[in-house]
Design a protein around this ligand. Structure first.
Ligand code: PEP
Ligand code: MN
Length: 264
């Protein structure tokens, strides 16, 4: 179902409220790694909306490497995202970790993110195939393009054809960057499939100063959108501060991208 052979036209997906990904405009999803407080998420939402973002991201259930690290605000985080949506009108994108939450996510959020670590959680993918919400499917830490597309296929085979692919860097021998952004994968999946593709330069590089140039590179590679971590106070972020840009830097980036391509 994801194969372009049987579906030659590009698929366009509504993130919610008419914000499209896969169309002519670049769709930029922005927000903090994690929801931390009402003030933080509403403030960042207002700033990224003013800069032209198409949707707000924010993690409430976090897949942290260490069990002692901040695990996210859980249900309270979802409630705060809904509040940020009510204030700004931006659709909300957040990561699901457990099959127990599928029904709640279907009810409460606009786009359900499957994180890199769950890309091959086949039970979760099957259940998401029964939902009606767009699924943002991140590429697994060490997944091939074929494995990634097969995960999309799991969701689509269940009946939900609204899958957005997200390249977020892969594991290589290099340690200077958090991951290695595989921009050639954007071209590959766009040739093989009709699904929209977004690039997450934040998790790919792990360094805020690289986000601007890698966003431009993603645009040049043909990405349909970007997923960018934006935090009001990166040095004090509970998660992924080193790769988060400030709302001011985000506004500046959107201005620069706007001169290269039409932004939402
Ligand atoms: C995230 O988007 O905050 C995240 C955890 O990303 P990934 O699954 O790509 O590591
Ligand atoms: Mn993050």
């Amino acid at each position: 179902k994801a194969n372009r052979k049987y579906h030659p036209e590009d698929t366009v997906i509504d993130l919610g409220g008419g914000a499209l990904v896969g169309g002519e405009k670049l769709a930029v999803v922005a927000g903090p790694c994690s929801v931390e407080s009402e003030e933080q998420i509403v403030g960042v939402a207002q700033a990224v909306k003013a800069a032209g973002a198409a949707a707000l991201r924010g993690g409430a259930f976090k897949p942290r490497t260490s069990p002692y690290a901040f695990q996210g605000m859980g249900n309270d985080g979802i409630r705060l995202l809904q509040e940020a949506r009510a204030v700004t009108g931006l659709p909300i994108v957040t990561e699901i970790m457990s099959t127990d939450n599928v029904e709640m996510f279907e009810m409460c959020v606009d786009v359900i993110q499957v994180g890199a670590r769950n890309m091959q959680n086949f039970d979760l993918l099957k259940q998401l195939g029964k939902t009606t919400k767009p699924i943002l499917l991140k590429r697994g830490l060490s997944s091939t393009i074929e494995e990634w597309l097969m995960s999309a296929e799991y969701i689509m085979a269940g009946g939900n054809e609204k899958v957005i692919l997200c390249e977020r860097g892969i594991r290589t021998f290099e340690t200077f960057t958090r991951n290695t952004l595989d921009l050639s994968a954007v071209l590959a999946v766009k040739q093989l499939s009709h699904l929209p593709v977004v690039v997450d330069p934040s998790h790919a590089c792990g360094k805020a100063w690289m986000v601007e140039r890698m966003s431009m590179a993603a645009l040049a590679a043909g990405a349909d959108g970007l997923l960018i971590e934006v935090h009001n106070d990166p040095p004090h972020a509970k998660c992924d501060g080193a790769q988060s840009i400030t709302p001011e830097q985000f506004t500046d980036l959107m201005g620069k991208l706007g001169t290269l391509a039409p932004c939402v």
